[in-house]
Design a binder for this molecule. Structure first.
Ligand code: PGA
Length: 257
C-alpha cells in the first residue's frame, strides 16, 4: 500500500473548456518534469470536462475522477451519471457525499453508502466525505455527527483499496477558516479508530482533510498524524497553488521523519 499523500482537486462547478484545458496542461507539464513518490494527484473536474482532462493528463502520474455518481448501473435516471460511465472515461476516483451535495441535493448517508458500493463495484475508489456544521460543533456534537455519518455512509464492502474518507468540517469549506491542527488531529484519530472497527486493515485507509487548504497551510496539515492527504476546492483552481500544495507533502514527510 502506497504511503504517498493523496492530493485531490475538487473543481466543483467551475471551468469552461479553455481555462480547464490550460489548467490541466500546466499540471501535466509539472508532473512530467517533477516526478514524485511523495504524492498522488487527482483532478475531479465537472462531468463535461472529465474526458478532456483525462486525455491531457493520461500520460502523466496524475489520476482523474468525478464529483458524484448514481447508485444504479443504468436506467431511467435523467441527468445522472453511473459509476461505470466514469470508469469508462478512465476515472480512478469519485467524490461522494460532499457536504454541498448533502445540503443542496438532500443526499442522505444511506444514499452515499449505496453510491459508494456502486463506485466500488465499477472499480472506482470512493472518496466519502463527512463533516459537521458550525452549529453542530458549537453544540459539542462534532464527534457524534461525524461518527454517525461514518457509520451510515461507509459500506461494509469498504477496503483501504476501494475507499478514501475525507473529513471536511462544513464551516471550513470555502470560508478561509481552517480547522486547528488539534481539531484535525483529534477528528482524524477518531475517524481512524471508528473506521478500523468497520474496515479490515483500517490502518491503511487514506484519510483526507478538506476545508480551505492552500499552499500556505498544506505542509502543516499534511504533517498531522492520520492525515494522508487533502481534498482541495478553491485552491485547486490555480495550477501553481495546487502544485504547491502537492509539493508540501514532501515537506510533511521531512517534518515527520
Ligand atoms: P475549499 O473546498 O478548499 O474551497 O474550502 C474544499 C471542498 O469543498 O472539498
Amino acid at each position: 500500500m502506497s504511503v504517498a499523500k493523496l492530493i485531490v482537486g475538487n473543481w466543483k462547478m467551475n471551468g469552461l473548456l479553455d481555462d480547464s484545458r490550460t489548467r490541466a496542461q500546466e499540471l501535466a507539464d509539472a508532473a512530467r518534469n517533477h516526478k514524485s513518490a511523495d504524492f498522488e494527484m487527482v483532478l475531479c473536474p465537472p462531468a463535461p470536462l472529465i474526458a478532456m482532462v483525462g486525455d491531457i493528463v493520461k500520460d502523466t502520474d496524475i489520476k482523474w475522477g468525478a464529483q458524484d455518481c448514481h447508485e444504479q448501473v443504468s436506467g431511467a435516471h435523467t441527468g445522472d451519471i453511473s459509476a461505470q460511465m466514469l470508469k469508462d472515461l478512465g476515472c480512478s476516483y469519485v467524490i461522494l457525499g460532499h457536504s454541498e451535495r448533502r445540503q443542496n441535493h438532500g443526499e442522505t448517508s444511506a444514499q452515499v453508502n449505496a453510491k459508494a458500493q456502486a463506485a466500488q463495484a465499477a472499480g472506482l475508489i470512493a472518496i466519502i466525505c463527512i463533516g459537521e456544521t458550525d452549529a453542530q460543533r458549537s453544540a459539542g456534537k462534532a464527534d457524534e455527527v461525524v461518527t454517525e455519518q461514518l457509520r451510515a455512509s461507509v459500506p461494509e464492502t469498504a477496503t483501504p483499496e476501494n475507499t478514501v474518507i475525507a473529513y471536511e468540517p462544513i464551516w471550513a469549506i470555502g470560508t478561509g477558516k481552517t480547522a486547528s491542527a488539534d481539531d484535525i488531529r483529534h477528528m482524524h484519530a477518531l475517524i481512524r479508530a471508528k473506521a478500523s472497527e468497520k474496515v479490515k486493515n483500517g490502518a491503511w485507509l487514506k484519510l483526507l482533510y478538506g476545508g480551505s487548504v492552500k499552499q500556505g497551510n498544506a505542509g502543516e496539515i499534511l504533517h498531522i498524524a492520520n492525515v494522508d492527504g487533502v481534498l482541495v476546492g478553491g485552491a485547486s483552481l490555480k495550477s501553481g497553488e495546487f502544485w504547491g500544495i502537492a509539493q508540501a507533502s514532501a515537506e510533511g514527510k521531512a517534518l515527520s521523519a
